[in-house]
Design a protein around this ligand. Structure first.
Ligand SMILES: NC(=O)c1ccc[n+]([C@@H]2O[C@H](COP(=O)([O-])OP(=O)(O)OC[C@H]3O[C@@H](n4cnc5c(N)ncnc54)[C@H](O)[C@@H]3O)[C@@H](O)[C@H]2O)c1
Length: 432
């Protein structure tokens, strides 16, 4: 297998976080800083903990991914970002109440030094938030220029070699791709005329692509998932990935659904409900933002179970997803699933799942992996949609020629085979 030419990971890697004062962002940043000081274990991170089998089974080679894949070192990461509130990252992390004060104090100075840049924000796209630290400009095109300037200054001030950007901001209201998202000229014109179907996330994303900064979409917003930006990312030799981190309930769905299908067990209904009390829960209490999330959460079961191929097993599934804002739980979400299945001769059975999880604790390692893998992809000359990173997302971006893959283990195989390919090792088909 020919080794891909990879630009060395030398110098500093800038990580720009949109929504840098949020629960996920602050947990990701504080955790990464704690880990790099050797004061915590990066549980949940593939880049930091997972091994990869190389060669034939009898060779018994299982190195850690980070020992054979040229990823950026955590010590070289410099964080920055934008938020609609002015607090520094330490104060924001205290308010998010995910990590303990004892943990946050281990990296207090570093966190206090990360001060958000003014955001691109419009309440029409996130109804429940009232931003106070927001850029003003006559057009969306001008806002995009202001974001570009922020990126350039961040790069220069920190003497960065490379930059990646990750959206950890709130879920925006539901938007469908239309004519203005079809081609780059139409998209640019829409920015100049303040078209209502250009959401703030698209302004950041376009600015990133113009700057050759890889964009990772952690929320289900439309953002880069349009033909205009898929193609522009290729033109700019810049990787894009998304959408919507796959962390809790949907991760379980993409494990349990393949289990039912491989055993040819039937499914009649799947009812998922959540209680969640953080700011994300409050934002998702608005019907517009919830619709964006609902679309993202609903797509996985049909894709995996292929009802068109198995009408007798999956032709009539009732699938419902609910998210309830319930402040006492804060970030400690509880997700219940009631799954009505059937077996031999159609006899009914039930499966119940109660996942008492911590939303940001699950999301933080995904943020780290996605930043490191996106940087790797860019250094390896990979651009446009990174389908090998589907593993991390509820609604993997795909163009019109491809279908999304949702099965967690197929996604994982693809991720590892892509890494093998990047480092010039044989891909594994498990027949050996
Ligand atoms: N935690 C998970 O498991 C998980 C999984 C999938 C997706 N997500 C998504 O990740 C995002 C972050 O989740 P969270 O729990 O940290 O929410 P949060 O509300 O704590 O954080 C979001 C942050 O984004 C900021 N923000 C909103 N609009 C902005 C804009 N236009 N520019 C800059 N900043 C902006 C908010 O002020 C806030 O600080 C949400 O969209 C959520 O749906 C989270």
């Amino acid at each position: 297998m020919e080794k891909v030419q990879i630009k060395e990971a030398k110098g500093k890697l800038g990580v720009l976080v949109i929504g840098v004062g949020g629960a996920v962002a602050t947990t990701f940043i504080a955790g990464t800083l704690i880990v790099r000081k050797g004061l915590g274990i990066p549980v949940g991170s593939i880049t930091q903990l997972a091994t990869i089998r190389l060669g034939k089974r009898e060779e018994n080679r299982f190195p850690k991914i980070k020992d054979v894949v040229p990823l950026a070192d955590l010590k070289d990461i410099v964080f920055g970002g934008w938020d609609i509130f002015e607090e520094d990252t330490y104060t924001a992390a205290r308010n998010a109440e995910v990590l303990t004060v004892e943990d946050l104090d281990k990296v207090k100075d570093e966190l206090q030094a990360i001060k958000p840049m003014k955001a691109v924000f419009d309440q029409n796209y996130v109804k429940r938030l009232h931003g106070t630290w927001v850029k003003e400009a006559p057009t969306k095109w001008d806002l995009k220029e202001a974001v570009r300037k922020d990126i350039q200054e961040f790069r220069a001030k920190n003497n960065l070699d490379r930059v990646v950007c990750i959206w950890c901001g709130s879920t925006e209201t539901f938007l469908k791709a239309g004519e203005i998202h079809e081609t780059l000229p139409a998209f640019q014109q829409a920015l100049k005329t303040n078209h209502e179907d250009i959401a703030p996330s698209m302004i950041y994303a376009y600015a990133c692509l113009e700057e050759g900064v890889s964009y990772i979409a952690g929320a289900p917003n439309l953002t880069v998932d349009t033909p205009a930006l898929w193609n522009y990312a290729i033109e700019q030799k810049t990787p894009i990935s998304g959408k919507d981190f796959k962390t809790g309930q949907t991760m379980l769905k993409t494990v349990l659904s393949p289990m039912l299908k491989t055993r040819m067990l039937g499914l009649e209904g799947w009812f998922s409900t959540n209680i969640l009390g953080n700011r994300d829960g409050e934002v998702l209490d608005d019907p517009g933002s919830f619709k964006t999330k609902e679309e993202s959460k609903l797509s996985v079961i049909d894709n995996i179970l292929q009802p068109e191929l198995y009408p007798e097993l999956y032709g009539n599934i009732y699938h419902k997803v609910r998210i309830n804002y319930y402040p006492p739980r804060k970030d400690n979400k509880e997700g219940w699933d009631n799954i009505d299945i059937f077996g031999w001769l159609g006899y009914p059975m039930q499966l119940k799942v109660d996942f008492l999880c911590r939303d940001s604790i699950l999301a933080a390692p995904l943020c780290l992996d996605l930043c490191l893998f996106s940087d790797l992809a860019q250094r390896a000359g990979m651009s446009g949609i990174q389908s090998w990173l589907s593993f991390y997302f509820k609604s993997p971006i795909h163009d019109r020629e491809h279908i999304a893959e949702h099965d967690l283990f197929i996604q994982y195989t693809k991720l590892k085979n892509t890494l093998r390919q990047i480092i010039g090792e044989e891909t594994i088909d498990y027949l050996d």
